[in-house]
Design a protein around this ligand. Structure first.
Ligand code: MF3
Ligand code: CO
Length: 250
């Protein structure tokens, strides 16, 4: 898949600034997405917010992606253009957004419930978020990429949930997607060795039922094969001297 790009300290400084802006924007959007929210407003809203933060949305046009943000509901996993749907009470919302700031890319996703959600949805959101942090905990120079996948998979499966296999996390920074792929399952001790200056996006997609997914007619929207719920969390993280630094946090 090509060579892993090691970032300079200066690049990591910019990614930290960009990541903080991205996290702030995602937080603002989360608070705005309530019962009755018309998702057709989202593209204009993210454009406006990115501008306020001196940045640009990075997904639009990436491999032909037709929107500026991904908004996936309930049984939708990832990569759903917002379209003309209306959010309603009880929805499990997954929001995935990327920013280009001073020429460099960060990537961040969260899942949350709108209004009163089911106990199952609540548990899925909680466990998926924990999975992301279990993966992040494995980041340090000298560890293998496979250590991340094993930690994530163990945690989700201990609750009877499953990990989407066909989509992965990735290196990030100079491009939206860079090597290496960060699998959300697998075995410790395999894969590339982490090194100071690497920047990666870890993004577990956890399903209540089968790990299998299908692609929608628009060529983008990914849904669970069995129609059950799915959740998604993502952070951009740098490998630093004594471990890691999460760049997409406020
Ligand atoms: N965070 C998503 C991913 O890494 C963003 C995809 S970009 C898109 O897969 F353009 F495909 F949406
Ligand atoms: Co990503």
């Amino acid at each position: 898949m090509g060579k892993i790009i090691i970032k300079t300290d200066k690049e990591i400084d910019i990614l930290r600034e960009g990541g903080e802006r991205l996290a702030k924007i995602v937080k603002i959007l989360k608070d705005e997405i309530v019962d009755g929210y018309r998702t057709e407003k989202l593209d204009d809203r993210v454009e406006e917010l990115a501008k306020e933060f001196d940045a640009r949305p990075s997904f639009y046009g990436y491999r032909g992606y037709p929107a500026k943000v991904c908004l996936s509901l309930n049984n939708e996993v990832v990569h759903c253009p917002p379209g003309d749907r209306v959010i309603k009470d009880g929805d499990l919302v997954s929001l995935d957004f990327g920013l280009k700031y001073k020429g460099l890319y960060t990537d961040h996703a969260i899942s949350f419930g709108v209004g009163k959600i089911s106990g199952e949805a609540k548990k899925l959101i909680e466990v998926t978020k924990e999975c992301l942090y279990k993966g992040i905990d494995q980041i340090r120079s000298g560890n293998h990429i496979g250590d991340i996948g094993q930690a994530i998979q163990r945690h989700a499966e201990s609750f009877g949930f499953s990990l989407v296999r066909d989509l992965t996390g990735h290196g990030v920074g100079r491009q939206v997607h860079e090597p290496p792929q960060i699998f959300n399952f697998g075995r410790a001790g395999i894969g590339a060795v982490m090194k100071e200056g690497m920047v990666i996006a870890i993004e577990p997609m956890v399903n209540v039922g089968t790990w299998k997914i299908k692609q929608g007619k628009n060529g983008w929207s990914i849904t669970t094969e069995d129609g059950e719920l799915s959740a998604h969390f993502e952070h951009t993280i740098a490998v630093v001297e004594n471990g890691y630094e999460i760049l997409t946090e406020v």
